[in-house]
Design a protein around this ligand. Structure first.
Ligand code: WTA
Length: 647
């Protein structure tokens, strides 16, 4: 823990949306009288029929329900577009910065409104109705936002799948929610490399369970030739051009679903996290405005892909609901060179910049020169999300990127939470590098010990949330029981985050990372169970155990222990083959960084793999293995320690 404190800059506070005093009093009100607090905040959204109910929540596992504003009726796309047309019609809604530095354009709110209406009409004409699921498998191009908003406009439920996922991962998601229509592109383009998105869709749709898909719309991005299967596959561009630029927004209940987003958990397949419309939009827009201290003339850039929740809440819905200018970047931080982020900041005069610690660490390694090459004079606030930011990276971000003048907001939240829950507000809360600091309005964090006892004062343990907020996920799509079991059974009456945390004497929270079998690789969640099941699907593998290990750039790396079937011999070629296999099964983000051959795995007498021991070996801490006497065969450990890959 770094001891340093960065006090609120008085000049920033003088103009800030929330000051220290306001934070204290609003926070107190938000947790003592959530009903009235959220009733007032609910007014920031335009309702077709106003809500009378605010909060209707029970965290009791036997009667679990989470409803906000549930008799209200609205349309999310109308909130992101139509209501801005009178005063902000000609304001830039989206700045698109392509992978190629010469490829960029501005889209006004009026233009975006027309594009979304055409796309929504197209979806309607193709038979998509309210409640139908639409998969979006696109690069970071404006069509991704248009597709999301078009779904929202007609009340269809989108399921965005990150373009880096494999055909099998895509197929699993399509099958789980019985998708009717897929929107993709011929190819994606990232760092000068092409991603065969359409070919991946074709392959995915040969998998079992995907026959629900009737139509595949293909956006032309690179112009590469792709196979088009009639009548299933249609060109997006030609079809949208023929649609009307007016489309009446569908009235949608506050608790009707807006989207499903799959995320990894500790067990089994990724879960379809379901978010609904009213509360989600209130929470995403409110946090976006306050956490980033948003003004009308800001140029806001969140570098996340729309395939992740950060892209949903803080590239698309939060900023557009607030009438902000949001930048969508198709490329990567190190192409054409490692100065790209800062060149883009200068080119578009970005004022608010939000990225992940893994990007900061990777750029930090390149030294200060690529940053100093750009002026960055427009920047006024920096944000971080996705994983704990180590104080060293925080200091570099502050001193070098922000020239020591921009406050940093280290925002903790999850796919499940819909929006930011623990964060500094730059005009109100002194920063401590490495700490996400204090809860946002309405958020009641608590820390529990191993017995589930809530701890007071300075302490460390597991992080829970004892009350709801409007942006909370409502269920796991198609498996409500899994929602109850995963989040509400461990600590009765509370939502369990899966994270560990420490609270210091000043009441600041320090997130220590996942305490379950989820690995956070470059800010992306990978379930150890998913990687294990991919490995054991290989014909030569008998058994596999996967744990996280320390990694300088990625935060955590993937460390796999593999036991081969009898008669199979370990070799470097086979190691490469297995790593490539996992890449193909799940996607590049799940590639093991280390793969150690394990003649056998440490198991208890009941056959359970002792991951605690495997984690310690992967951390190069063989002197901290603890008690190994309960193992069925304690001697297997010595071999694993001798052959460990990180020293
Ligand atoms: C981690 C991303 C520390 C955490 C928005 C959480 C963080 C998981 C932070 C959720 C942060 C996210 N400090 N840890 N500022 N932000 N995390 O669902 O472990 O992709 O549970 O949502 O990322 O990842 P997810």
């Amino acid at each position: 823990m770094s001891g340093k404190i960065y006090p609120v800059d008085p000049a920033f506070a003088a103009k800030a949306r929330v000051t220290g005093e306001q934070y204290e009093s609003l926070y107190a009100e938000s947790v003592s009288d959530p009903e009235n607090f959220w009733r007032r905040i609910g007014g920031r959204v335009d309702w077709i029929a106003p809500f009378s109910q605010v909060k209707d929540v029970s965290f009791d596992a036997d009667d679990l329900h989470i409803r906000w504003y549930h008799d209200g009726v609205l349309n999310v796309s109308a909130n992101c577009l139509d209501r801005h047309l009178t005063h902000r019609g000609d304001k830039t809604a989206i700045i698109f910065e392509g992978d190629d530095p010469n490829d960029s354009r501005h889209i006004t709110y009026r233009e975006l409104h027309a594009d979304v209406c055409r796309a929504a009409n197209l979806l309607r004409n193709l038979g998509v109705v309210k409640g139908d699921r639409v998969a979006i498998y696109l690069p970071m191009i404006p069509e991704a936002a248009v597709a999301m908003l078009a779904c929202a406009r007609i009340g269809a439920v989108h399921s965005v799948v990150f373009g880096g996922f494999s055909p099998d991962s895509l197929a699993g998601r399509i099958a789980d929610s019985q998708v009717k229509l897929v929107i993709t592109a011929d190819e994606g383009l990232r760092g000068g490399k092409k991603v065969p998105l359409k070919a991946n869709v074709d392959e995915a749709l040969t998998r079992p369970g995907t026959t629900s898909v009737e139509t595949v719309l293909v956006v032309k991005r690179t112009g590469a030739p792709v196979a088009m299967q009639t009548p299933r596959d249609r060109w997006w561009g030609a079809l949208v051009a023929g649609q009307s630029a007016e489309c009446a927004p569908e009235p949608v209940g506050a608790e009707d679903p807006l989207f499903i987003l799959y995320t990894s958990g500790s067990t089994g397949k990724p879960k379809g996290v379901l978010h609904t419309s009213g509360g989600y939009l209130v929470y995403a827009s409110y946090t976006h405005e306050l956490v980033f201290d948003l003004r009308d003339d800001d140029v806001y850039w969140c570098t996340a892909d729309v395939g992740w929740v950060t892209g949903h809440s803080y590239v698309v819905y939060g900023p557009l609901a607030n009438g902000a200018t949001t930048l969508m970047f198709e490329g990567v931080p190190n192409w054409p060179d490692t100065s790209r982020f800062w060149q883009v900041v200068d080119k578009h005069k970005v004022t608010l910049f939000y990225t992940a610690p893994t990007a900061i660490r990777a750029l930090m390694r390149e030294g200060e020169e690529p940053v100093r090459k750009a002026s960055r004079a427009s920047l006024r606030l920096l944000g971080s999300v996705g994983e704990p930011i180590n104080p060293e990276a925080w200091e570099w971000y502050h001193r070098v990127v922000g020239d020591g003048r921009c406050p940093i907001v280290d925002t903790w939240w999850q796919t499940e939470t819909g929006g930011i829950l623990i964060t500094p507000l730059a005009g109100a809360i002194d920063a401590k590098p490495g700490s996400a600091t204090k809860p946002f309005f309405g958020i009641k964090p608590a820390i529990v010990d191993t017995n589930g006892q809530v701890q007071e004062g300075a302490c460390e343990g597991n992080l829970i949330l004892t009350d709801s907020w409007p942006g909370q996920m409502r269920t796991v799509y198609g498996d409500h029981q899994r929602f109850v079991e995963t989040y509400f059974k461990t600590y009765p009456g509370a939502y369990f985050t899966g994270d560990g945390a420490r609270r210091d004497a000043d009441g600041y929270y320090w997130i220590t990372g996942r305490v379950d079998d989820v690995i956070n690789v470059s800010g992306h969640r990978i379930g150890t169970a998913e990687v294990e099941s991919a490995l054991v699907a290989h014909p030569k593998v008998a058994e596999a155990a996967v744990v996280g290990c320390p990694h300088d750039i990625k935060g955590q790396g993937i460390y796999a222990y593999v036991t081969l079937k009898a008669g199979e011999a370990p070799s470097d070629a086979l190691r490469k083959e297995l790593i490539a296999w996992v890449r193909k099964e799940i996607g590049p983000i799940a590639s093991p960084d280390f793969l150690q051959w394990a003649p056998s795995l440490p198991k208890t007498r009941s056959g359970k793999i002792m991951r605690r021991i495997l984690r310690k070996i992967a951390e190069n801490a063989p002197d901290q293995l603890g008690d190994t006497s309960t193992l069925a065969d304690p001697s297997v450990v010595a071999n694993l320690v001798d052959e460990r890959l990180i020293r």
